[in-house]
Design a protein around this ligand. Structure first.
Ligand code: FES
Ligand SMILES: [Fe+2]
Length: 381
């Protein structure tokens, strides 16, 4: 039996007691935030450099000495499993003269890493433990140094990193917040397995991609959703929780049950969570897509789509049926993501146009406005 997430004692997210659309109202916002290089540098420092982002699945660094690499916004980070099962993360940047210490993006069983240039040796926590011809360096320069540390944590079977470092990073669970950790926690992602990762190189700003997941207005036109789905989206609920967002879209076949406060959004709706600044969980009851737009520049983004599923035995007819059903849906969703990519092509053509200086948001697109307000506040602080 695969895990079936249920609402249980969790608060209602849809139904008569829930305000579906908070009263932020429609708005207009500056569209130059997607192309301003000065602003991008501020975001690199104050947003991407200070918030928790995904580096991969915990199972990708299962055993001691296994490592994965995170590369984005001109940073190069390595995450290594330690012998006590904890994780360490550090900038993959040699303290001598700066090249990447570790050439391979992933690997296993490492005990030491040697820089390819002059052979400085680092342990799996990034501490500098060996220097050829050390006597030629002043002791004050090389004592007790190591690769610069990055904060690392695990939740939901995901490895999260925060470039602020272990001393300055806000605790991971504080950033995810109790509402999302409980609601999304019901899916038990830590028990799920990675089925596939899709990757695109998209020549637009990463926030444009986040925006596309902060509204459902586009599904009728762009994704040709049937009228009953469009009708269901009109009953969706939107929630702001700290820096983050939740959205619940009832399935068309469950609309009649919406007049009850017992409505189980886990069983009957698509549950959608955005963890600031760029982690998006799209939860169907039986499988989850995680969308991760990783900025590579002010107008270039590596866009990853992770598909995770519940594990099981293909010889078990019930699991085989689950797998078949899930794969059919996943195949359809790949087409949907392809349509999103298609519209990014059109946004690429106009991203620097003199005619694109503001955008007009409906009251159901308010999450976009709030997301950019969070961004504004963080680059000011
Ligand atoms: S640059 Fe790494 S050892 Fe010299
Ligand atoms: Fe879409």
């Amino acid at each position: 039996m695969v895990h079936i997430p249920v609402r249980g004692e969790l608060p209602a997210r849809l139904g008569p007691s829930v305000q579906a659309v908070p009263g932020y109202g429609p708005s207009v916002m500056d569209a130059r935030v997607y192309r301003d290089p000065t602003r991008y540098e501020l975001e690199r420092e104050r947003v991407l450099g200070r918030h928790w982002m995904l580096a991969g699945r915990s199972t990708q660094v299962k055993d001691s000495g296994d490592w994965i690499t995170y590369e984005g916004h001109d940073e190069c980070i390595v995450v290594v499993r330690q012998s006590d099962d904890s994780l360490a993360a550090f900038h993959n940047v040699c303290r001598h003269r700066g090249p990447a210490i570790i050439a391979e993006k992933t690997g296993c069983g490492a005990r030491r890493f040697s820089c390819p240039y002059h052979g400085w040796v680092y342990d799996t926590k990034g501490k500098l433990v060996g220097i050829p011809e050390r006597e030629d360096f002043g002791p004050d320069h090389v004592n007790d140094i190591g690769a610069i540390e990055v904060a690392v944590g695990e939740w939901g079977g995901w490895v999260w990193i925060n470039l602020a470092g272990p001393d300055k990073a806000v605790p991971l669970m504080e950033s995810i917040g109790s509402e999302i950790s409980m609601d999304l926690g019901a899916f038990k992602m830590e028990e799920m397995i990675l089925h596939e990762v899709l990757e695109w190189d998209v020549p637009i700003n990463y926030k444009t991609i986040v925006d596309g997941f902060n509204e459902i207005y586009h599904v009728t036109q762009l994704h040709h959703s049937p009228p009953e789905f469009t009708k269901a989206t009109r009953s969706a609920s939107f929630h702001v929780t700290g820096d983050n967002f939740m959205c619940f879209v009832p399935r068309p076949q469950s609309l009649d049950e919406l007049n009850s406060d017992d409505y189980d959004h886990h069983r009957n709706s698509i549950c959608h969570y955005v963890v600031f600044p760029n982690t998006i969980f799209n939860c169907n009851p039986e499988h989850i897509q995680v969308f991760q737009p990783i900025p590579l520049g002010v107008d270039r983004t590596k866009f990853l789509c992770w598909q995770i599923i519940y594990p099981g035995d293909q010889d078990d007819p019930e699991y085989a049926e689950y797998f078949k059903r899930t794969m059919l849906h996943w195949d359809a969703l790949k087409g949907v993501v392809g349509e999103d990519i298609g519209v990014y092509d059109q946004m690429t053509r106009t991203k620097k146009s003199s005619a694109f200086n503001e955008q007009i948001l409906s009251e159901r697109e308010f999450k976009i406005a709030i997301y950019h307000q969070h961004m504004d506040r963080k680059i000011r602080d």
